[in-house]
Design a protein around this ligand. Sequence first.
Ligand code: 0GY
Length: 291
Amino acid sequence: MMDPDYLPFHANPSKPEFKAPAGAVDAHCHVFGPADKFPYHPKRKYTPCDAPKEKLFALRDYLGFERNVIVQASCHGTDNAALIDALESAGELARGVAVVDPAITVEELEAMDKAGVRAVRFNFVKRLVDTTPKEVFLSVAEKIKSLGWHIVVYFEAPDLEDLTPFLNQLDTTIVVDHMGRPDVAKGVDHPDFQRFIDLMKNNDKIWTKVSCPERLTLTPPDYSDVVPFAKKLVELFPDRVLWGTDWPHPNMKSHTPDDGKLVDVIPMIAPTEELQQKLLVDNPMRLYWER
Ligand code: 0GY
């Protein structure tokens, strides 16, 4: 049973006004269950509503997107079966980000690669996962290197200072989820967000997803307070940004995000066709499809 205080995804999202360029990629979304086929992990911190691949692919088409990058979420732990199943169904239309146990073998990694996995995710968000020692993450980083995979990291702004030496130690491309989760009440010029900008300025292996206004906003469902943060990153790092819906929005309690309205934020953060092409097509294709 899904957690009672957690909202399910929007049943009837609006049709976006913004028309995504041909080949657009939703580079952050999940599949959950269905639980009777792909049970949730016994040590999960939340139980989501089922969000099966068919619903994700239907949403992709409805929103005018062509491809997905599906990210393993904590509720499935290191059991990537639902993710792999979705990737195998989607073929060239999806790539994946897995969460793996450090004991995983090279053969298992190669099988995941064949299914379309191109990255591993390191989750540092304390409400979602138990702490993993840095050495464990470093051993996984070492294992995935020869496959040409990269690393997706999820943390919250107060943890950035402590994590910076670790991030700079990794020698693959790193993608930071949701802009490192800034506190938007503090504003773009606050030292906390400047620290994130400096991280990207000082390390050109670091990319970020300018996603997740539904979680960062203080004024749901109006996302305008998040726009300056995402816009700034797109402006400064047009070749190292990705965008995603974050569907089915696990752990949402404030409101049910309308995915069409989330798509309509894109022209506010990437105001030119050139920036939209990079954000939605060129960057994700380079990172997840070309090798
Ligand atoms: C997201 C955000 C969240 C959850 C997870 O792995 C997860 O469970 O990433 C969150 O609760 O902020 O990107 O899906």
